[in-house]
Write a protein that binds this ligand. Structure first.
Ligand code: NAD
Length: 354
C-alpha cells in the first residue's frame, strides 16, 4: 500500500513511519507542518529510503492537502497530525481547535474525494485510520477500565478537540460511507519523545540535576504503552479493523505519576550513578487544572479480534527508553537548548495566544 501518514515527524507518527519502512513493504507519504513538535531528525534512519517521501504542509490547508492527494494517490491514510500537549491546550486552545478539528475535517474531505474517485478493489481496500486518545473518555475513579462503549466525557481543551474529531471521523463513515476506523490509545512513551512530556522531561532534568516536577501529590494514574507497540497496533487496525469501529489500544501498565518518576530515578541511578539519589530532586508543584485522576484501557477487543498484543511491559520499555536518551543526546540536545528548556506550561493564568 501507499500510506499517507499525517504528523509523521511527531513522536508516534515517526515511530509509525520507521515501522512501515523497516518492517513492511508499504510506501510512506509523510505530511507534516513541522510545528515545534515535528522533527525530521526522528526520521533520519529512513529518509533516504526510496519508499519514503516527505511533504511539508498544514492539514488545515485544504488546497495543499488536495494537491498532495492528487500527486501521490494514496491507498490509505493514517491520520496522526495534531496538537497533542494538554498543558499547551490550557494556555492556548486555538491551535488545538484549528488542527485537531478543522484539520481533521480537511483530511476527511480529501480522503472522501480520493475514495469517491476509486473503483473496484482499490475502492474496497481504501482505509482512513483516525488516531485518537483515551482522554476523550474523561477520568476514572479507583476502579474500572475504558472500553469502546464508554461515553465521551473530555476534560481539557485537548481532549475536547480530539473528541470532536473522533465524532467527525465516525460521522464521515455513517453519512458518506468513507471506510473509517478509529483508535483510542493510552499514554505513550519511548524514544524520540519531545521533552515536554512527563517521562522524557524527568529523564533529562534528572540527568541535569534539575528539579523533577510532579503535579499535585503524584497520585494521578496513567496506563503506559511503549510507542513501538502502538505503531504495530495502528498498522494492524488499519489493515484488519472493521469499518466504522473503534479500537482501544493500551498496554495494561497502570502506574501513578510518582511511581513513574521513582522508576526513572532508580533506573538512572543504576545506569548513570550520581552523587545523590535522583529521588531527592522530586518537587511537588501545583496540580494541572482539570487534571483527570486515572486513565486505564481495556484492550480486549483489539487483542481478541485482531490478535495484537503489547510486546513490552513498563519495566522493559522504560529501561529501553532511559538507555535511548542516554545514547542519543544528538537528538534531544538541540531541542532542550533551542525549542523547549523545561519551563512550566499550562497554568490557567497563562494567556499566551489563547
Ligand atoms: P506530537 O505532538 O509528537 O506530533 C504531532 C505532529 O503533528 C508533529 O510532527 C507536528 O508537526 C504535526 N502537526 C501539528 N499540527 C499540524 C498541522 N496543522 N498540519 C500538519 N502537521 C501538523 O504528537 P504524538 O504524541 O505523536 O501524537 C500523535 C497522535 O496520537 C495525535 O493525534 C495524538 O492526539 C494521538 N495520541 C497521542 C498519545 C500520546 O501519548 N502521545 C496517546 C494517544 C493518542
Amino acid at each position: 500500500m501507499r500510506i499517507l501518514v499525517t504528523g509523521g515527524a511527531g513522536f508516534i507518527g515517526s515511530a509509525v513511519c520507521r515501522h512501515l519502512i523497516r518492517d513492511t513493504v508499504h510506501e510512506v507519504i509523510n505530511v507534516d507542518k513541522l510545528t515545534y513538535a515535528g522533527n525530521l531528525a526522528s526520521l533520519k534512519a529512513i529518509d533516504n529510503d526510496p519508499r519514503y517521501r516527505f511533504f511539508r504542509a498544514d492539514i488545515c490547508d485544504a488546497e495543499a492537502i488536495r494537491a498532495i492527494f492528487e500527486e501521490t494517490q494514496p491507498d490509505a491514510v493514517m491520520h496522526l497530525a495534531a496538537e497533542s500537549h494538554v498543558d499547551r491546550s490550557i494556555s492556548g486552545s486555538r491551535a488545538f481547535i484549528e488542527t485537531n478539528v478543522l484539520g481533521t475535517h480537511v483530511m476527511l474531505e480529501a480522503a472522501r474525494a480520493r475514495w469517491n474517485a476509486l473503483e473496484g478493489a482499490a475502492k474496497d481496500s481504501f482505509r482512513f485510520l483516525h488516531v485518537s486518545t483515551d482522554e476523550v473518555y474523561g477520568s476514572l475513579g479507583a476502579d474500572g477500565l475504558f472500553t469502546e462503549t464508554t461515553p465521551y466525557d473530555p476534560s481539557s481543551p485537548y481532549s475536547a478537540s480530539k473528541a470532536a474529531s473522533d465524532h467527525l471521523a465516525v460521522a464521515w463513515h455513517r453519512t458518506y460511507g468513507l471506510p473509517v476506523v478509529v483508535s483510542n490509545c493510552s499514554n505513550n512513551y519511548g524514544p524520540y519523545h519531545f521533552p515536554e512530556k512527563l517521562i522524557p522531561l524527568v529523564i533529562l532534568n534528572a540527568l541535569d540535576g534539575k528539579p523533577l516536577p510532579v503535579y499535585g501529590d503524584g497520585s494521578n494514574v496513567r496506563d503506559w504503552l511503549f510507542v513501538e507497540d502502538h505503531a504495530r497496533a495502528l498498522l494492524t487496525i488499519l489493515t484488519t479493523g472493521r469499518l466504522g469501529e473503534t479500537y482501544n489500544v493500551g498496554g495494561r501498565n497502570e502506574r501513578s505519576n510518582l511511581q513513574v518518576v521513582h522508576t526513572i530515578c532508580d533506573t538512572l541511578d543504576r545506569l548513570r550513578p550520581a552523587q545523590k539519589p535522583r529521588r531527592e530532586l522530586i518537587t511537588f508543584v501545583t496540580d494541572r487544572p482539570g487534571h483527570d485522576h486515572r486513565y486505564a484501557i481495556d484492550a480486549t477487543k483489539l487483542e481478541t479480534e485482531l490478535g495484537w498484543k503489547a510486546q513490552e511491559n513498563f519495566d522493559t520499555g522504560l529501561e529501553k527508553t532511559v538507555q535511548w536518551y542516554l545514547d542519543n543526546e544528538w537528538w534531544w540536545g538541540p531541542l532542550r537548548s533551542k525549542v523547549y528548556g523545561g519551563e512550566r506550561l499550562g497554568l490557567v493564568e497563562d494567556r499566551k495566544g489563547a
